[in-house]
Design a binder for this molecule. Structure first.
Ligand SMILES: N[C@@H](CCC(=O)N[C@@H](CS)C(=O)NCC(=O)O)C(=O)O
Length: 479
């Protein structure tokens, strides 16, 4: 039989993709590796392979398989080996079920404490997470591990599917606790003495060359640290949809508010043919709710599980706010959703519940609201605002306009600051990509270091200048 052509679409820094590397190596299968850059939006050719845009994806003689656990299991099933016995007897089926339960316990009961540790804001929280991690190991995993001959799952002397699926995480647990990285409590290694079977399993697994062969410890640890740092300094923005003569969405967004972040996310959505019609159709199903309703909704959730990014989520998919002891809220109300809200709305059906809280007041927050975006479905425009400028009430009154630079001053005529208008793009003339958008915004604003408030200037002119510049976060300032 000719060897199959196997192509692995991967990124070696991704623990999920890493699972497939382990499986392929351990099975001795030759494959081509295609690296997907996860720092830029996925290109259309890759979205055809995996519409979710995630790595890993596997092409097996042209058949596409996605989701790391599915791919690993496919390989283990297609090539029966020490990794996973074929399900040809009840005994084997039972072994497979037990192994699945072990892996499930690892990811649902133990790994959440790993993420808590990595995201901890203080040494104390980090130490608590390490203790909680070891407690969960003692309760959930230690009893499932045997002191057999070999150190791997079930006392195996060879790697099993359990290590294929867990190994990339064990590598991270092991290395992140090293003092040079400090991503997990340095006490973790000592605490692990209390769970000797797990400790032996972890140490044997991370030393196995099929597991650690592609792991670049320093790159992964420092990359994780950098991502956490930039996430903690979130750039906030307000994302709005104006439709049928009113704001129907004004979503406070915590992260990546800048043009290259949420701005580009919105543009990408608008650029897909058909999306604007889908959005309009989905708008029929959204419900604007007040703070009390949000509170009631939050009370109905328990954010006791974790998604693939390590965020606490409810079983129903609601995402918890990232910090503080806040209850979880539906994705449409989450400050993490950002430009993804467009796809959420566009995918809504008549039985969807899509509550939105109008956070229009945030537009006037000259300190924290760094960018605003408004998709106006009445006028077919996409408006971008960066930084703030003084609100000039007289002009608004004269024009009775509610679009462009008057978009937010019309809502808050008395506010001192209003979002600084950068550019409006008509849907029929949207920028073709991010560079095009940035170039057009910059072209319109390069002379606009001082905002249009000259007539107000008097003897404290210099003071005003300084104040206004400090509020500027437009395209120029971003560069
Ligand atoms: N459940 C997926 C998770 C894969 C996943 O989250 N991959 C991340 C990288 S570690 C990714 O592709 N992220 C790209 C993105 O979210 O745009 C699996 O197991 O394959």
């Amino acid at each position: 039989m000719a060897s199959p052509r196997i192509i692995l679409y991967t990124n070696r820094g991704c623990p999920w993709a890493h699972r497939v590397h382990i499986a392929l190596k351990e099975l001795g299968l030759a494959y081509e590796e295609v690296t997907i850059d996860l720092t830029t939006p996925r290109e259309p050719w890759y979205l055809e392979i995996n519409p979710r845009g995630l790595v890993p994806s596997l092409s097996y003689d042209g058949q596409i398989i996605t989701e790391s656990a599915v791919v690993a299991r496919f390989l283990a099933d297609a090539y029966p080996s020490h990794l996973f016995p074929p399900s040809t007897s009840v005994e084997n089926a039972l072994y497979r079920a037990r192994l699945d339960f072990f892996v499930d316990s690892f990811f649902s009961k133990v790994i959440p404490h790993f993420w808590t540790g990595v995201r901890a804001d203080s040494q104390e929280e980090r130490d608590q997470a390490a203790q909680a991690f070891v407690d969960a190991v003692a309760k959930e995993l230690e009893p499932l591990l045997v002191s057999g001959k070999g150190p791997y799952y079930g006392g195996s002397e060879k790697l099993t599917l359990a290590e294929v699926l867990s190994g990339s995480f064990l590598l991270r647990i092991n290395s992140f606790a090293k003092p040079e990285y400090g991503l997990l409590s340095a006490k973790l290694h000592t605490l692990l003495e209390t769970v000797p079977k797990f400790k032996r399993w972890l140490e044997a697994t991370v030393q196995h060359e099929s597991v650690n062969g592609i792991y670049d410890e320093e790159a992964v640890a420092t990359g994780t640290k950098e991502r956490l740092l930039s996430a903690n300094m979130g750039t906030r923005s307000l994302i709005c949809i104006y439709y049928k003569g009113r704001f129907m969405v004004a979503q406070y967004t915590q992260w990546d508010g800048y043009l290259e972040g949420q701005g580009w996310g919105i543009l990408q959505f608008l650029l897909v043919p058909g999306n604007i019609e889908r959005l309009k159709a989905g708008m029929e199903f959204i419900t604007v709710v007040d703070e009390d309703t949000v509170q009631q909704l939050a009370e109905g959730h328990e954010y006791n599980t974790y998604d693939r990014l390590g965020q606490r989520v409810c079983q129903c998919g609601a995402v918890a706010p990232m910090s503080g002891p806040s209850p979880c809220v539906p994705s449409t109300l989450s400050r993490d959703t950002g430009s993804k809200l467009f796809e959420l709305i566009a995918s809504a059906r008549s039985d969807s519940y899509m509550p939105f809280l109008l956070s229009l007041d945030f537009a006037t927050d000259g300190l924290f609201c760094e960018y605003c975006y408004c998709v106006d479905l009445d006028n077919d425009t996409f408006e971008l605002f960066g930084g703030h400028t003084r609100n000039v009430k007289g002009e608004e009154d004269a024009g009775h306009q509610k679009t462009g630079k008057f978009r937010f001053s019309a809502v808050h005529p008395q506010a001192e600051w209003t979002p600084n208008f950068l550019k409006a793009f008509s849907f029929s003339d949207l920028p073709k990509d991010l560079d095009d958008m940035l170039a057009k915004v910059t072209a319109d604003n390069s002379a606009n270091v001082e905002y249009e408030v000259d007539d107000e200037k008097d003897s404290d002119e210099d003071e005003h200048d300084e104040e206004e510049k400090s509020h500027e976060t437009g395209a120029e300032a971003e560069k």
